[in-house]
Design a protein around this ligand. Structure first.
Ligand SMILES: Cc1cc2nc3c(=O)[nH]c(=O)nc-3n(C[C@H](O)[C@H](O)[C@H](O)COP(=O)(O)O)c2cc1C
Length: 221
């Protein structure tokens, strides 16, 4: 797969086939993705690769906390302006595809619950960073680069991904089952598995602003 195809076809996959992902496939993806850049090569990442019974336990506990109405360890940021509008558009497009009406709070909640169990993916990656305070922005930028590399490399194995904040909502659950030490900060998760081609959520192609709205050009005239 060439780079253009990978960049154009990667999208968030929110429904998966019930088919395990072999460890070797994930090792192959990580071997490539770990070539991602990081400031002064600090390689600020730790990756917890989870499947099977451990993942099932995490999904169950996450779901229980969500159903009990427990707030996430780190609250979502309050979005304003165009960020708020773009998030709203995403939700509208997704719920339209799923046939869930705005006023149907129960179904919307059920959908949100799926995020807490990695959209039923057979595998999940939990990304943490050590010494976050020391690494600061550099750590997060490095993990951002790694995220995209993992999502692109996965395509070559016909695997789908969804980067998910929801998957790291409850730090205590992840620390418990994955023995994540206190000196590591939990940053983000990636759901990983073979995409369910028939699920409506996977038909979504999210919108993007046109180039000229986000790029500012100088010196070309
Ligand atoms: C840092 C980050 C956190 C995300 N968290 C979630 C999430 O919790 N739930 C979800 O359904 N999608 C999540 N996503 C996926 C985004 O919604 C998605 O990338 C965006 O809408 C663009 O769509 P695309 O990935 O299909 O191109 C997350 C993406 C990123 C980069």
């Amino acid at each position: 797969m060439n780079i253009t195809t990978a960049l154009e076809t990667r999208k968030s996959i929110r429904a998966y086939l019930d088919k395990p992902v072999p460890r070797e496939e994930i090792e192959g993806i990580l071997a490539k993705a770990l070539r991602s850049p990081s400031a002064t090569n600090i390689q600020p990442w730790n990756i917890y690769v989870v499947t099977g019974e451990v993942l099932e336990k995490i999904k169950k506990d996450n779901l229980e906390l969500f159903q009990e109405g427990i707030r996430p360890t780190i609250e979502e940021p309050e979005l304003t302006g165009p960020f708020k509008e773009r998030r709203r558009e995403l939700a509208i497009d997704l719920f339209n595809l799923l046939g869930i009406k705005r006023e149907d709070k129960e179904k919307r909640k059920d959908w949100t619950a799926r995020g807490h169990k990695y959209f039923d993916a057979p595998a999940a990656l939990i990304l943490t960073t050590s010494n976050y305070a020391a690494g600061g922005t550099w750590s997060l930028l490095g993990i951002g680069a790694l995220l995209q590399s993992i999502c692109l490399a996965a395509l070559e194995s016909e695997l789908g991904t969804c980067v998910s904040e929801q998957g790291v909502s409850y730090h205590e659950v992840l620390r418990k089952y994955l023995s994540i030490p206190a000196e590591e900060d939990i940053v983000i998760s990636i759901a990983l598995g073979y995409p369910d081609p028939d699920h409506p959520a996977n038909k979504l192609t999210s919108k993007r602003e046109p180039i000229d709205k986000v790029a500012h050009w100088f010196g070309f005239e």
